[in-house]
Design a protein. Structure first.
Ligand code: FAD
Ligand code: AMP
Lengths: 249, 308
């Protein structure tokens, strides 16, 4: 079966962001970028399915600027067979991303599409669910375990109260949670090999999708800073402060 | 203007988050209806009808909505959305699972995890793990929104809204519920607790989490954890606090053996008072803590329990 994996280029998760002085957005100039961590988990899962002989081909797809090809090359180095880049310099909201991905799904006809549960820049947690609705497919979101059983998929999901298992007909959409797997690192020879793997470039217009969104970002601000507190010297002092100063005990 | 709120419930009980979402709906303005969807949810509907400011409770009681699977729930909400200007749900794993489907089916954007209503079209929401707050304005005719409970004070329960049945039955041949393993606990829910005590990798093992029990008992606290503690298998996933786990804002948050990574801070830095217990005096958690205590948690916790 063919597996499609959606990967997004985002700010590296270790970077502490800064808001632009004019409050128009977050400042991303000269900031380290990387593959969204949940997308790394998605790629890893697809590659493991291939290693187990369940998947026959893994196709990585991204929507974003030219530089997002770095993340596609990473996916190829990690074991994806080929890549599709939908190139656009515009801001792509989740709905537009889902529409573009739905077109790629229509063209590629994968049996399984794996996305991250959430991009750590916008923290939207929407695209996989939107893609599922647009493609008319079932979804297993926040997955911590995925098992293909014949023409069905069992997905264990991390939910607020614990774990839930659902069975889905294939094709299906899965979004990854943190415990699904531990992604590997790309090895140098694989990074070299990845440079030769096929990478197709398309535009949103090729796919017939309008990227513009009805959401406008009016302003981006820093959150209220917490004032630094104090260090206490003992448990007695802590209990006293909590009782008599903070009055929370 | 009229707002439809999806009720959050499990085991026949209306979950507290719903009262916070209704508060957000009231801030938007117009009539507020609640949708209760599930199987045998009569009691949930009655509880929802008592929430202040609710005009009507619409009840879709059918086996297809049991376990609130995303596919039928999305279809149901998309069917009803035509009557409303806004559809709201809690930013819970249920709301996050279902609402984007509704948005896509109605060809509108979703605005995730709002913490403030500026006006009926404009909302504030945290991005980049809460390190920035975005103000976004939507020109869509229908606004589909998830609400972060900590941003809105719950409405009281003194109302008596009318309850009416919804006939629409979605088909679902695509997904089936297999099983659920829910953590059993007599403690308050993480999201609703006034006091939360969380353990991190520094706890060393699941067994050592028992050191938090006595303190939690005395304070009526919920117990949380960092991702590292969950990944290490010390405690189950539903205890994770953070950017990609639960968001809490209790009166008192006690972080024990937690370094204070931005992803963890994202889930707790709106707590009223933060206490950090960590043996590393340089740990970033101390930058957000009102009261920091540097030392070995294995000595501090038993002493703290005895002195509370
Ligand atoms: C995509 C993504 C999402 C994430 N989401 C989350 C999330 O939602 N929530 C979350 O928490 N993390 C999340 N993380 C992980 C986060 O980056 C950190 O790795 C994690 O929070 C670290 O957990 P910790 O503080 O328990 O462990 P560590 O960073 O290892 O810290 C352990 C601390 O314990 C202290 N300690 C050790 N022994 C003792 C002792 N005997 N007494 C006192 N102190 C002691 C140490 O000094 C240290 O400060 C996410 C990461 C990524 C990439
Ligand atoms: N521009 C994009 N290109 C490729 N995949 C994306 C893009 N935006 C979102 N996704 C996928 O959708 C997931 C969730 O993103 P979001 O809904 O934006 O939080 C990501 O982890 C990706 O797998």
């Amino acid at each position: 079966m063919k597996v499609l994996v959606a990967v997004k280029r985002v700010i590296d998760y270790n970077v502490k962001i800064r808001v632009k002085a004019d409050h128009s957005d977050v400042d991303l100039t000269n900031v380290k970028m990387a593959m969204n961590p949940f997308c790394e988990i998605a790629v890893e899962e697809a590659v493991r399915l291939k290693e187990r002989g369940v998947a026959t081909e893994v196709v990585a797809v991204t929507i974003g600027p030219k530089a997002a090809q770095e993340q596609l090359r990473t996916a190829l180095a990690l074991g994806a067979d080929r890549a599709v880049h939908v190139e656009t310099e515009e801001r792509v909201e989740s709905l537009a991303a889902a529409k573009l991905l739905a077109k790629v799904v229509e063209e590629e006809q994968p049996q399984l599409v794996i996305l991250g549960k959430q991009a750590i820049d916008t923290d939207n947690n929407q695209t996989g669910q939107m893609l599922a609705a647009l493609a008319g497919l079932p979804q297993g979101t926040f997955a911590s375990e995925v098992a293909v059983e014949g023409d069905k998929l069992q997905v264990t999901r991390e939910i607020d109260g614990g774990l839930q298992t659902v069975e889905l007909t294939l094709p299906a959409i899965v979004t990854t949670d943190l415990r699904l797997n531990e992604p590997r690192y790309a090895k140098l020879p694989d990074i070299m090999k990845a440079k030769k793997k096929p990478l197709d470039v398309k535009s949103p217009a090729d796919l017939g999708v309008e990227v513009a969104s009805k959401l406008t970002l009016l302003k981006v601000e820093s959150p209220a800073e917490r004032k630094g507190g104090i260090k206490v010297g003992s448990v007695d002092e802590l209990v006293d402060k909590l009782k008599n100063e903070a009055k929370v005990l | 203007m009229s707002v439809l709120v999806l009720a959050e419930h499990h085991d026949g009980i209306l979950v507290g988050a719903t009262a916070h979402v209704v508060a957000a709906a009231k801030a938007i303005g117009g009539d507020v209806d609640i949708l209760v969807a599930g199987e045998n949810v009569g009691a949930v509907a009655e509880a929802a009808a008592k929430l202040d400011g609710v005009a009507k409770v619409r009840v879709a009681d059918h086996a297809v909505y049991a376990h609130q699977l995303a596919e039928p729930m999305g279809a149901l909400l998309a069917e009803l959305a035509g009557d409303y200007s806004h559809v709201l749900a809690a930013a819970s794993t249920t709301g996050k699972n279902v609402l984007p489907r509704v948005a896509a089916l109605k060809d509108v954007s979703q605005i995730s995890e709002i913490v403030e209503v500026v006006d009926a079209d404009t909302f504030k929401r945290p991005i980049y793990a809460g390190n920035a707050i975005a103000t976004v304005k939507s020109a869509d005719s229908l606004k589909v929104i998830t609400v972060r409970s900590t941003g809105f004070d719950a409405v009281a329960a003194g109302g008596s809204a009318a309850i009416e049945a919804v006939d629409f039955v979605a088909d679902n041949a695509q997904s089936t519920f297999v099983k659920q393993e829910l953590a059993e606990s007599d403690r308050p829910e993480l999201a609703a607790a006034k006091v939360v005590i969380s353990g991190g990798r520094g706890m060393g093992s699941g067994e050592n989490f028992k050191l938090l029990d006595g303190i939690a008992d005395k304070l009526g606290a919920a117990i949380g954890a960092s991702r590292a503690a969950v990944d290490a298998g010390f405690v189950p996933n539903d205890m994770q606090v953070g950017q990609t786990g639960k968001i809490v804002a209790p009166e008192l948050y006690i972080a024990v053996g937690i370094s204070g990574a931005i992803q963890h801070l994202a889930g707790m830095k709106d707590s009223k008072v933060i206490v950090a217990i960590n043996k590393d005096e340089e740990a970033p958690i101390f930058q957000v803590a009102d009261y920091g205590l540097v030392g070995d948690l294995f000595e501090i916790l038993p002493e703290l329990e005895s002195k509370l």
